[in-house]
Design a protein around this ligand. Structure first.
Ligand code: SAM
Length: 416
């Protein structure tokens, strides 16, 4: 790729202002390059590759298996399946800021399609794939309508039961494309929502209507890192097999790294990581330290609830701790995970880089968005090693020839 092509590619992902900022030039200069009015200096090509585009060239091979990434967020689930040799052929994510982070980290060539709103994609237009991945939002849905339809003796297939929910979109793609396997991820509360009825509907649809062998398990991210984060993982296989999700190998909580593994060292041993740390020692920027006003508010709030016998309040941690669940609202006050800075200084929030580490993303994961957006994105994401472990035990079944056979279409006989 020549420098102009690299500039065009960057401008498909970022605004001229952002490209200019990353390259340390004026936005007008970028615009002049774009219309080929001036020629960029030779170093610009390398700078673009290093600062703006995902690492390496887009994958060209087939991969061991093909997968699709629905409700992709910033690609936490994808990361785990790519590590197993899978090739992503389709992504759907509608939040433009999540897309920005996703595209800064994953390089996709011509064999890949990117869609925004999945509800607008016809299932027949989704490319063929072996594995469907979806961390679908836990959008509450009621199945009250079903019992009414039951009473009226009307049919109530999955389209009736889940229409208008995002799970419906997952189900209609599975019904049409019949992937060999799927992995769905959600909050643990999905199991208790609406007295368990939501979860029963989901399992019923996957198992009895779509015909998959379904297994599920709640896994705590605390087995792999210093964060309590319980998520339900649902795995389905089209062909019956002896896959057992309980065979995941989960290191004991005691063995898992503590917050010290995530926090900036602030002793000069860490490589520069603008805009989170600065100076020769790599000190965390002051903006992450809580203002006196906010710290006082959080302390008062916690005291009030303590007096009432409630456990609410902030979660103060140090390098030896394990923290609470990072939520998508961490940007608001950061109260669930505050880093102690000793008695003389107010605690601070995690930096987005520390959030990336907490969720198990690689050190070179790019964060091209504001702190607020980044906190939301990491708070919505997965603990990557949890998904990696499930993907690892799914692999022998995905490589099994029997499961590669296309599913026979069952033609129902018309009633005579
Ligand atoms: C719980 S997050 C999944 C995060 C993802 N697993 C990750 O590792 O980052 C759900 C994502 O679904 C996206 N989303 C919600 N509704 C959508 C829709 N109709 N079409 C596409 N994406 C949607 C949200 O923007 C959000 O990023």
């Amino acid at each position: 790729m020549n420098t102009y092509e690299l500039i065009d590619l960057s401008l498909q992902r970022f605004s001229a202002k952002e490209v200019a900022q990353a390259l340390g030039v004026d936005p007008k200069t970028v615009k002049r390059w774009q219309v080929r009015e001036t020629e960029p200096k030779p170093y610009i090509a390398d700078a673009i590759r290093q600062r703006l585009l995902p690492f390496g060239e887009p994958p060209t091979g087939e991969g061991k298996f093909r997968f699709i990434d629905l409700f992709a967020g910033i690609g936490g689930i994808r990361t785990a399946f790519e590590k197993q040799g899978g090739r992503c052929v389709f992504t759907s994510e509608w939040d433009p800021y999540a897309v920005k982070t996703y595209k800064a980290n994953f390089h996709d060539g011509p064999g890949h399609t990117f869609a925004t709103d999945i509800t607008k994609v016809h299932e027949a237009d989704v490319p063929d794939h072996d594995v469907l991945l979806a961390g679908f939002p836990c959008q509450p849905f009621s199945i009250a309508g079903v019992s009414k339809k039951n009473a009226l003796g009307r049919p109530h297939g999955f389209s009736d039961k889940t229409q208008g929910t995002l799970f419906f979109d997952v189900a209609r793609i599975i019904a049409e494309k019949k992937p060999r396997a799927f992995l769905l991820e959600n909050v643990k509360n999905l199991m208790s929502h609406d007295k368990g009825r939501t979860f029963s509907t989901i399992i019923d649809v996957l198992q009895n209507e779509l015909g998959y062998q379904v297994r599920h398990k709640v896994i705590n991210g605390k087995h792999f890192g210093p964060q309590h984060r319980e998520r339900i993982i649902i795995v389905g296989f089209r062909e019956p097999n002896d896959f057992d999700i309980h065979k995941v190998e989960l290191p004991s909580f005691d063995e898992a790294p503590k917050m010290g593994a995530v926090l900036h060292s602030q002793d000069g041993t860490e490589a520069a990581d603008s805009p989170y740390i600065e100076g020769p020692k790599g000190k965390v920027l002051d903006k992450y330290t809580l203002s006196d006003k906010l710290w006082e508010y959080l302390q008062n709030y916690a005291a009030k609830h303590r007096d009432k016998g409630n456990g609410f309040g902030f979660g103060l941690v140090n390098s030896e701790s394990t923290c609470r669940t990072l939520s998508a609202r961490y940007y608001k006050d950061g109260s669930e995970i505050l880093i102690s800075q000793g008695l003389k200084k107010n605690p601070r929030r995690l930096t987005p880089r520390e959030c990336a580490r907490l969720m198990g993303f690689d050190e070179n994961f790019r964060i091209p968005v504001s702190d607020t957006r980044a906190y939301k994105q990491f708070g919505n994401s997965v603990v990557v090693p949890v998904i990696s472990e499930v993907a690892r035990i799914m692999m022998p079944y995905l490589m099994n020839d029997a499961s590669k056979r296309p599913r026979k279409t069952v033609v129902k006989k018309a009633k005579t």
